[in-house]
Design a protein around this ligand. Structure first.
Ligand code: 5GP
Length: 194
């Protein structure tokens, strides 16, 4: 977690009071060593759960999710952002309003890949208003899967997503929690602005 915070301090770009850009290690270029550490941390935090599958959303959730899946030796499923035109009856779908793009998309997962025998860990890169995570929760519930919890790389704690997920009774583990992005500065929860 310290390594992640260090990376955010060094390479994170505050685009606005609400958006942090981390293109150099998570959203465009990927730092595999950091991703591996992130995967390990998720696995450690959910070690009491018998996880059978990791579920994420394309594309930026895939790297951290894959690392967790590699360590656990379980498959990683990524929800796709557009419905394929065929076989829509064979999909679990949920509507997700994108925070960064300000548009609504359906995300979907084939019924082949999640079932009521699964215990799923849901992973995503950022948590803002919680729509992406709630969409994944919705899909897992449609499949009848048990939800071990939600793992987030960077939670913007000043936005409502975290509270929504906890209120839904779902365990949330965020590796870095941002208190604010005011004045172009990153402030982590419990720390001075950097
Ligand atoms: P939510 O659904 O929680 O409102 O937003 C989460 C999704 O929006 C994540 O999957 C992530 O891709 C994107 N997102 C939200 N806030 C940020 C941000 O500050 N920076 C980046 N790079 N992506 C964000």
């Amino acid at each position: 977690v310290e390594l992640l915070k260090e990376k955010i301090r060094q390479d994170g770009k505050v685009l606005s009071e609400e958006v942090l850009k981390v293109d150099s290690f998570l959203n465009h270029q990927i730092d595999p060593v950091l991703m591996q550490e992130i995967g390990k941390e998720f696995v450690a935090r959910f070690s009491d759960q018998n996880i059978t599958k990791i579920v994420t959303i394309e594309s930026s959730g895939i790297a951290p999710a894959t690392m967790a899946g590699l360590i656990l030796g379980v498959p990683v499923v990524f929800a796709r952002k557009r419905k394929s035109l065929t076989l829509t009856d064979h999909l679990y779908s949920a509507k997700v309003h994108s925070f960064t793009k300000n548009e609504s998309n359906d995300i979907s997962v084939s019924k082949d890949f999640i079932s009521n025998e699964d215990t799923v860990l849901l992973i995503d890169d950022f948590l803002a208003n919680g729509q992406a995570a709630l969409g994944l929760i919705d899909i897992a519930e449609q499949a009848g899967a048990k939800i071990a919890g939600v793992g987030i790389v960077i939670e913007k704690a000043f936005q409502p997503g975290g509270e929504l997920i906890r209120k839904a009774g779902i365990r949330l583990e965020s590796l870095a929690e941002l208190q604010s992005l005011q004045d172009g500065k990153v402030q982590f929860v419990g720390e001075e602005a950097f």
